[in-house]
Design a protein around this ligand. Structure first.
Ligand code: PMV
Length: 317
């Protein structure tokens, strides 16, 4: 029996993180060049039900899956698949992951682990699941990783296309009118999304009159960015990104290191820059014209960013 291979991309949120948790729309883009890949290798001689996890970037070297923390995306995804297929256990196998996606830095690593696991294990079990079911199960996993996920991460990662996402609304796939070039850069600070989401929830509860209008304004920016993406209006996309960063900073979701990288990007000719994901650390994104990419990468490295890289979202022309 040969190994089964599956994979899932990363993601970055262009406009609307956090506001999307409160029912506002957000725009999320796939990071197809940064993937988590999984090989499921059958262990025919092992007693049934033994699943071992190998994931060098997480320091996992053959740990039984049931000894991972119960909120770990791989543990949850295995459990979700077995439950969904109404099995009592899985035949024994090794789950061998490798990741080009930085972990825990706002690029969707937990949802990507869940989607890769759901795809690989379900195929191994002879029941390849549809994208709709994969997305549903990955959302269940996300609920354990942080308690109140909007569902945007698992959705963009499952479908691997630019999306305009709003909780409870039909998903809208976006087709950019022109190529969009981005540089992403890591601040080097790891912050749990669960903590930033619950921190904002507390502030919202304490002072809704202050927080609600900012959340609604972010939703408006997602709508204007959607129009601008579909018509190829780079200046309007840039304006939405910059305004979104201002609002995220006012919501206390930025930090000095992210502000520094945003400023470096803007001073290096980026059209716009903001934090992306849970905030208080993790990555920034910068929207940039193709001919400024190299300068921006160099300047970010010189000014302390970790592993900046270029990614393109292809347009129709
Ligand atoms: O930090 P990440 O990649 O998990 O992104 C989280 C996005 C939030 O809007 C902050 C949370 C959510 O569930 O949508």
């Amino acid at each position: 029996m040969p190994a089964i291979k599956s994979s899932a991309c990363g993601k970055f949120i262009l406009v609307g993180e956090h506001a999307v948790v409160y029912g506002q729309p957000a725009i999320a883009l796939p990071l197809s060049s940064r993937r988590i890949t999984l090989y499921v290798e059958p262990q025919l001689l092992a007693p049934s039900g033994k699943i071992k996890v190998f994931f060098p970037a997480l320091g996992l070297d053959g740990e039984p899956v049931d000894q991972l923390p119960s909120n770990h995306p791989i543990y949850r995804a295995v459990w979700e698949v077995i439950n969904y297929l109404s099995l009592s256990q899985s035949p024994s196998c090794d789950l061998r992951f490798n990741s080009q996606l930085p972990i825990g830095t706002g690029l969707g690593s937990s949802a990507s682990m869940a989607v890769a696991t759901i795809r690989g294990l379900s195929e191994f079990l002879g029941h390849t699941l549809s994208d709709a079911v994969t997305n549903e199960l990955a959302f269940e996993c996300e609920k354990y990783v942080h308690s109140n996920p909007s569902g945007v991460d698992n959705t963009v990662i499952t479908y691997e296309e630019p999306v305009f996402y709003q909780k409870g609304q039909e998903l809208v796939s976006l087709t950019p009118a022109a190529d969009l070039h981005f540089v992403l850069a890591d601040s080097g600070i790891q912050k749990s999304t669960g903590e930033t989401v619950s921190g904002l929830a507390e502030r919202y509860q304490a002072d809704p009159a202050l927080i609600k209008p900012k959340i609604e304004s972010i939703g408006q920016l997602a709508k204007s960015a959607r129009r601008a993406i579909e018509t190829g209006n780079l200046a309007e996309i840039a304006e939405a990104i910059n305004q979104n960063q201002r609002l995220l900073a006012e919501l206390d979701l930025s930090c000095p290191e992210l502000d520094h990288l945003v400023n470096v990007a803007l001073e290096s000719g980026a059209l716009a820059a903001k934090l992306t994901g849970g905030g208080k650390g993790g990555h920034i994104l910068a929207l940039v014209k193709a001919d400024r990419v190299e300068t921006l990468l160099q300047n970010l490295i010189t000014k302390g960013a970790l592993n900046p890289f270029h990614t393109v979202i292809r347009g129709v022309i």
